[in-house]
Design a protein around this ligand. Structure first.
Ligand code: SF4
Length: 225
């Protein structure tokens, strides 16, 4: 098997590389993430991955493409569905195309490691793209190693980002942290109902929170009602 592993960032690659190697599979990492903004953040994540790949001796292909303008233009009419309708397909199709053109027979992605990504959607998309391009998709639920990967990323001092990647996720994450701090201060548990209540109170206090952001912030809190 010759595996190309689409890689979103160094911390998410840690457990994926480790568990694949434990199976006797040596991946080649593939960086193509024009969804990461602003440029300083893009650079920090890319350079961290370069350093980590060197540290653990894994091959890395970099497709250097910072894409704020193009990304924003393509998602502005579908902010609620930007991950599914633009971001995942863009990056994963590109990885598959690279694999096809460079003699890889199998493709996977570190997006399957993150507990914050739309795992089932990514799995289905990968099967579809692989089928279309005549490649194999290696499915693994890397989320089982979430904590192990995070601990190791901290231990080796990798750059740990605070948001998914795009400028919209940065806003959601910052607001989520703000709401979280308010809840902690008020001593309320993070159920969805409580999160919604704090959001409504925040709006009343004049904090600008469009409905899209309210939903995203509620979804980011792991505890359901
Ligand atoms: S939230 Fe993450 S996956 Fe979704 S569009 Fe933004 S960068 Fe892409």
């Amino acid at each position: 098997m010759k595996l190309l592993l689409h890689t979103c960032c160094a911390p998410c690659s840690v457990y994926c590389i480790k568990s694949l190697r434990a199976e006797g599979i040596e991946p080649t990492l593939y960086w193509y993430n024009p969804n990461i903004h602003p440029y300083a953040e893009y650079q920090a994540r890319r350079d961290c991955l370069k350093a980590y790949a060197e540290l653990v001796g894994v091959d890395l292909v970099i497709e250097d493409a910072y894409g704020l303008d193009e990304f924003v233009c393509n998602v502005s009419d579908k902010l609620d569905r930007r991950c599914e309708e633009y971001c995942y397909p863009l990056r994963l199709r590109k990885a598959m195309q690279y694999a096809k053109q460079h003699g890889f027979d199998t493709v996977s992605t570190t997006l399957l490691y993150s507990i914050y990504q739309k795992h089932d959607y990514i799995e289905e998309l990968m099967y579809g793209l692989a089928n279309e391009l005549g490649l194999d998709f290696l499915y693994r639920d890397f989320r089982t190693g979430w904590q192990e990967g995070q601990d190791e990323a901290r231990r080796v001092g990798l750059y740990l980002q605070k948001y998914c990647g795009c400028i919209f996720s940065e806003e959601e994450s910052a607001l989520g942290r703000k709401i979280g701090r308010k809840m902690q201060k008020r001593g309320v548990s993070p159920t969805n109902a409580n999160v919604r209540q704090v959001i409504e109170q925040s709006k009343a206090e004049g904090i600008l929170l469009p409905e899209r952001l309210s939903d995203a912030v509620v979804a980011a809190f792991p505890t359901k009602d």
